[in-house]
Design a protein around this ligand. Structure first.
Ligand code: FES
Length: 144
């Protein structure tokens, strides 16, 4: 693929447009993908590729709160696996799932950039660090 084609497919403008759609709908609906593909004259498959590549873009509706729990090495050494187990049990969902009431979506994430504060989770951009399973559940219960 030539440089100018790469730019068309993966431009900052395209990502911003996708993020705007994400903000409006809570995910990227199929009809919006078709619209962008037509407008920019790029294959839908490339848009799906871009959306899949960026973990903050979704093809399905998500919960009001997106829980991103780090399970990379440093957090795992600090018991993030136990926190994940507690959250899954409490919300009755698996990784990638959304609760029936559409309140929570759970995602196991790669390093969230707070390795010295693990275990770490992020909920809609808010970072929670030095977690225990009990604290994680208390945080979830506090969210309206
Ligand atoms: S390893 Fe968890 S925040 Fe970096």
């Amino acid at each position: 693929m030539r440089g100018e084609d790469m730019e068309k497919f993966y431009s900052k403008e395209l990502i911003e447009e996708l993020r705007d759609i994400q903000d409006t709908y809570g995910y990227i609906p199929e009809e919006q993908i078709v619209k962008i593909a037509t407008k920019k004259n790029i294959p839908k498959a490339h848009l799906y590729g871009v959306i899949s590549f960026y973990s903050m873009l979704y093809l399905e509706p998500t919960g009001k709160y997106i829980i991103r729990l780090c399970n990379s090495v440093s957090c795992r050494l600090n018991n993030s696996t136990e926190i994940l187990r507690s959250i899954k049990e409490f919300l009755k969902i698996e990784n990638g799932g959304t609760t029936k009431d559409k309140k929570f979506t759970l995602e196991v994430a790669e390093c969230l950039g707070h390795c010295g504060e693990g275990p770490v989770m992020m909920i809609n951009g808010q970072v929670y660090s030095f977690l225990t399973p009990e604290e994680a559940i208390k945080i979830l219960k506090s969210l309206q």
